[in-house]
Design a binder for this molecule. Structure first.
Ligand SMILES: C[S@@+](CC[C@H](N)C(=O)[O-])C[C@H]1O[C@@H](n2cnc3c(N)ncnc32)[C@H](O)[C@@H]1O
Length: 362
């Protein structure tokens, strides 16, 4: 037995708190601590907030909370979480409580409710395009920023399936006022018009044109089957099913008579590689009746940082290419046989352009 052990034990117990204090002091005065806090506040927490908000919007949780406060069980039912699985319910609660921790929602008397301005904004149905744009940034822009060097080294490319066509169809509506301004300038209102829309997304631009001209009829196609299907549902909901036919289709293989007064391509010329754009435009021209017009809207190079990242994504896509330069696209329209090419900017200094061109030949 060690006779000194009671003494060394007391000394050890006294030394430990002093040692702990010194360790704590060393940690908090370490120059990396404020840096870590700054990174957490400036970069990490905003990413967590954005991701939580995008998920809560995309799953309809915020929209449900905008109607009334909801308890865990009713949110679980909405999200299809099996009510009999206590473990899944607890996992859902952990995610909801993270929303509380981030300050986006509150939990009082067993019910979750909206709290932050951001959550209230994204919950509003009129801001759906904004919410989808946030989801697009997190799900598609972040991966290209993270993965580009690896992809450049390995030759890996994004496929169309790496996008979510339904999210993109919603997020692209952020530029709807610009597209509408272009349609306003071009659409004939006082005679019947036959419109072909290529890459119709949600179908909202066709709806706008059909409302401007009650004698307009349209065929709206989209390459992605689920997008075309949603556009079909939207047309039925908007009461336009008798005037607008929607279907899955690819501009490059559409087999139709040259019967259209107007062919539109909104926000999708970058879904074609640069070297294929002239051929795609030739296809569009071949579907126009003599004297028919093309309206092509697109953001061009040199816009916001978000557009630059979009352009980067398409630079890494196996099927597309970067946003166009105005001069390049004008030259491609000329090579495709169009005449009377005009370029309009709905908002001066914005990089969004509306190109109009005529198919003179039969
Ligand atoms: C960014 S979204 C724009 C949707 C809609 N035009 C808008 O402005 O809201 C581009 C759409 O074009 C479609 N698209 C791309 N290439 C196409 C092609 N070759 N033929 C038909 N649609 C195409 C895509 O499937 C996608 O839904």
């Amino acid at each position: 037995m060690n006779l000194l052990s009671p003494v060394t034990g007391v000394a050890g117990r006294l030394a430990r708190p002093v040692g702990d204090l010194m360790t704590a002091a060393r940690i908090v005065t370490d120059w990396r601590m404020p840096l870590l806090l700054a990174v957490s506040k400036g970069f990490i927490t905003p990413v967590y907030r954005a991701a939580w908000l995008a998920s809560a919007t995309g799953t309809g949780v915020l929209a449900a909370l905008a109607v009334r406060p909801c308890d865990l069980e009713s949110l679980a039912e909405r999200l299809g979480v099996p009510p009999e699985s206590r473990e899944d319910l607890q996992r859902l609660r952990a995610w909801l409580d993270m929303g509380v921790r981030l300050g986006e929602i509150d939990r009082r008397e067993g019910a979750y409710r909206l709290r932050s301005i951001a959550a209230r904004t994204f919950a509003h149905a009129g801001n759906d395009a904004l919410a989808a744009a946030l989801e697009e940034v997190l799900r598609f822009h972040v991966p290209v920023l993270l993965g580009a060097p690896r992809m450049a080294a390995t030759g890996e490319r994004f496929a169309l399936a790496d996008q979510d066509g339904l999210v993109i169809a919603r997020s692209t509506r952020v530029v709807e006022p610009l597209v509408r301004a272009a349609i306003d300038r071009v659409l004939e209102r006082d005679k019947p018009q036959r419109l072909l829309e290529i890459g119709c997304g949600s179908g909202s631009h066709v709806k706008y044109a059909a409302e401007l001209n009650p004698r307009l009829s349209a065929l709206a196609v989209d390459l992605q089957a689920d997008v075309a299907e949603t556009a079909t549902k939207n047309m039925a909901e908007w009461g336009l099913a008798d005037r607008v036919e929607t279907r899955q289709g690819d501009l490059r293989t559409l087999d139709l008579e040259p019967q259209f007064d107007l062919v539109t391509l909104h926000n999708n010329i970058y879904y074609f590689p640069e070297h294929e754009r002239t051929a795609a435009l030739e296809r569009a021209r071949a579907l126009l009746a003599p004297g028919g017009r093309l309206l092509l809207t697109t953001s061009c190079q040199g816009g916001s940082i978000g557009l630059d990242v979009l352009s980067l994504w398409f630079t890494y896509a196996e099927f597309g290419g970067p946003l166009p330069h105005e001069d390049e696209l004008r030259a491609q329209l000329e090579s495709a046989g169009f005449t009377g090419i005009e370029v309009h900017r709905p908002v001066p200094r914005e990089q969004f352009r509306a190109f109009t061109a005529v198919n003179e030949t039969a």
